[in-house]
Design a protein around this ligand. Structure first.
Ligand code: ADQ
Length: 751
């Protein structure tokens, strides 16, 4: 505090001292020369006065030819403290009379030199003097010239004194002004700090009754919003100081949402039944959304409504299109919705993945919007809304709507089930208002989403983008501090809930990190000490796979001793393969891997192994555990769960995560090596740094990230949303009770 005051005061004192020094530097010489000019003028007048006084007696003595009396008069006259010497010259310029003090070097002084200039000040060895002369005239005839020499040393003395006084004055002034500045700075800093403190104390709740001081007003709203965010993330905030796991979530549901049913809606189903020559097989899709929500559904039970896309899906449902899952130990119901080829093409591939997906990701792929796709999108959203309404066993279910495939669903469900608690989670980034404005149906999308009770994003930044977008395109009332949007008669809470994974339970018989290390290298035909990097993604242009390969190439260029020692394994699940953009992207990835491999391969060595196929989670874990480095280089990503899965897999507390700054995960995993994936050299250096990082440092970073991912797991993500939902439902219930009580009162006949 004291240090800050000093710093603050210095900001005033330093410029002040500079100004005063400059002022002193220029002002003092100027004042000196001004004083000299002033005294010279004074001496000019004095000389005239003295010569006028001496003129008459001198003329008389000259006439009398009395040198004695002239000398006496001269010597008497120089008794004056300032008159230093006198002399008299005849008309021929001969010095006839003079006092002993008269400097001979002055000769017979003339006021004007040949150029007509006058400088009465002459520097003599004994000091500066002022010299002037006066022509003496008698009866119209010139008789000679009286020369007066005044001592000027007193001026120098006075000037010295003046300089001292002025310097003193400036110093005193500087001190006083500085002191006042420090005092004012101190007082205003204190006032400001007190103002902020008051606000912090009184304004934790957004709708505080405290009046904000006017000087704090511009800051108040920002501060409150920051505080609100901060409090939500802090231990001690609702649900933050408890450890979250499946059981905590279950008991929360029993406690807070007792008897309330949960319905989940997503496009992708958590289990796909596929017909194969060996019979029906169950597949788990490569999807971050499914990974997260499935863990929650296992804990909560309820019904999950999704598109039945598997070739054997119809064959495995009952007559209500239900199938109990997980197949090995059912704990909830999967309800499948069937879509025609046209519906899937228009709604899923078209509007959702050619329109909204590139619109929301800054990956430099242009969104495509077609009216026909939009019509299918509206139709399919309605189909899913109908399914929700049909599945709901009460008029107020809790509906969890997942992602950008269902932006219109909240409004459609709300229209039929006005009491439903609708939680919509947007798993991908939300762009800024200008970018979103590209969408021809932007108002309809926003209107649809605002049918939600709670709207969730991964990061505060995406949440803010959404609020700004709503502000730009709809007539709403937004409470930034409370993060709510009032639209029509309804309030939507807009929050950030960073998604995560379920912290893995130890799997009996699973090989440990050292065994995985050896197994994976053996399976890939690599030496036991070979360095390994891993990337796991859907084959999507937002994941930065091209940039990742380029970074590998550059690293091998910059550090040639890594050639033959390091291999990067990319596991890439094909996705949305019927879209041109994805086909082109896959071709590009394959082409690049091939080119880099040709460039650096020797004997059996290749630097990049591309496995463009889906892998089960149990197949991915050994890779995560075997690699020295996991590279997540998304160009834009809502969160990115691969980063968290890698951390969770590293129970040996080794391995380094290289993480794109454009992922939501980068906001949480600060101990990763954060990179800009577009900066290839930076990516290359990060890779090299990861491969050469000492084990101690790896351990420190990994431990810290593991703590974070374990504590902030998917149960906490779901728990916080459901707790918020429970709070809002409770408020709704109280409000409707108050409403019905007051209605009863009005209905009652007057006594
Ligand atoms: P995704 O874009 O699918 O998710 P991500 O979060 O990385 O991205 O999740 C991918 C999931 O699929 C992970 O669980 C991963 O293990 C799995 N996976 C990836 N490649 C695989 C492969 N080849 N084989 C098998 N499994 C594979 C969207 C958003 C993200 C957000 C999630 C969750 O784009 O930003 O983190 O939703 O909200």
């Amino acid at each position: 505090m004291r240090l800050r005051s000093v710093q603050l005061a210095m900001r005033f004192i330093v410029p002040l001292a500079v100004v005063l020094a400059l002022f002193g530097y220029f002002a003092i010489p100027w004042m000196e020369s001004f004083t000299v000019r002033w005294f010279v003028r004074d001496l000019d007048t004095r000389s005239q006065f003295v010569s006028s006084t001496l003129q008459q007696p001198l003329l008389t003595y000259l006439e009398e030819k009395s040198p004695r009396r002239i000398n006496e008069m001269f010597n008497r006259a120089i008794q004056d403290e300032r008159l230093y010497a006198l002399g008299f010259c005849d008309t021929d310029g001969k010095l006839l009379y003079k006092t002993n003090t008269y400097p001979l070097s002055l000769g017979c002084w003339q006021n004007q030199d040949s150029e007509g200039k006058t400088n009465p000040v002459v520097r003599l060895p004994q000091g500066p003097v002022h010299v002037s002369s006066k022509e003496l005239v008698q009866d119209g005839v010139g008789v000679g010239r009286l020369v007066l020499v005044h001592d000027m040393s007193f001026i120098e003395r006075r000037s010295e004194d003046t300089k001292k006084y002025i310097t003193g004055l400036f110093a005193a002034l500087a001190c006083i002004i500085s002191l006042i500045t420090v005092l004012v700075a101190q007082l205003s800093w204190r006032g400001w700090v007190n103002g902020v403190r008051d606000m912090l104390r009184g304004e934790l709740l957004p709708q505080s009754t405290h009046a904000t001081p006017p000087e704090m007003a511009p800051l108040a709203s920002d501060l409150r919003a920051l505080l609100y965010e901060y409090n939500r993330d802090q231990p001690g905030a609702a649900g933050n100081n408890q450890a979250w796991d499946a059981d905590t979530l279950k008991s929360l549901l029993r406690r807070e949402l007792a008897g309330d049913e949960i319905l989940v809606v997503s496009n992708r189903e958590p289990y796909i039944h596929v017909a194969t020559p060996e019979g029906v097989q169950v597949q788990r899709p490569a999807s971050g959304l499914v990974t997260a929500v499935e863990a929650v559904m296992r804990a909560c039970s309820g019904t999950w409504i999704a598109h039945g896309a598997g070739s054997a899906d119809r064959a495995t449902v009952d007559r209500n299109d239900h199938v109990p899952v997980p197949p090995e130990n059912p704990s909830y119901t999967l309800r499948r919705v069937w879509l025609s080829k046209e519906e899937e093409q228009g709604y899923y591939y078209g509007f959702a993945n050619e329109g909204l997906w590139p619109l929301c990701h800054i990956a430099h792929v242009r969104p495509v919007f077609r009216s026909s796709d939009w019509e299918e999108y509206v139709k399919v959203n309605q189909r899913f809304a109908d399914a929700v309404i049909r599945e709901a066993r009460s008029d107020n279910p809790v509906v969890l709507i997942q992602d950008y495939h269902f932006a219109l669903l909240p409004r459609m469900v709300r229209a039929v089930l006005p009491k439903a608690t609708i939680i919509t989670f947007w798993h991908i980034p939300w762009p800024n208002p200008e970018s979103f404005g590209i969408c021809p149906w932007r108002e309809e999308i926003l209107d649809g989403m605002l049918g939600s009770t709670i709207l969730g994003f991964h990061t505060p930044f995406h949440r803010k983008n959404f609020l700004d977008t709503v502000d730009r395109y709809l007539e709403t009332r937004i409470e930034t501090e409370a993060s709510t949007v009032s639209y029509g008669n309804q309030l939507t809470q807009v929050e950030h809930y960073p998604i995560s994974i379920a912290w893995p339970e130890p799997v009996p018989g699973e090989p440990d990190a050292a065994a995985s290390h050896a197994q994976v290298r053996h399976a890939l035909g690599l030496p036991a000490d070979h360095l390994l990097g891993i990337g796991v993604d859907r084959l999507d242009y937002t994941k930065g796979i091209v940039e990742r390969f380029q970074a590998v190439e550059r690293m091998l260029e910059l550090h040639p001793h890594m050639v033959g020692r390091f291999t990067f394994v990319q596991i890439a699940a094909p996705t949305r393969s019927s879209l041109d953009e994805y086909q082109n992207f896959e071709a590009r990835v394959r082409g690049l891997a091939q080119r880099i491999n040709q460039r650096f391969s020797r004997d059996s060595y290749v630097p990049i192994i591309l496995k463009a196929e889906h892998h089960g989670q149990d197949q991915l874990r050994p890779y995560f555990r075997a690699a020295q480095v996991c590279s997540v280089t998304s160009l834009h990503d809502g969160m990115n769960l691969v980063a968290k899965e890698f951390i969770a897999a590293r129970d040996d507390e080794q391995g380094v995560l290289v993480l794109s700054q454009f992922t939501g995960a980068a906001r949480e995993l600060h101990e990763a090596l954060i990179v800009n994936p577009y900066h290839i050299e930076q990516g290359a250096e990060a890779l090299y740094r990861a491969l050469t990082m000492p084990a101690d440092e790896q351990g420190e970073r990994m431990r810290s990230m593991r703590r974070r991912v374990r504590d902030f797991n998917v149960y906490r993500w779901a728990g916080r949303m459901l707790m918020d939902a429970a709070r809002l439902r409770q408020r709704e219930r109280v409000m409707s009770r108050i409403g019905s009580l007051s209605q009863e009162k009005f209905k009652r006949p007057a006594p």
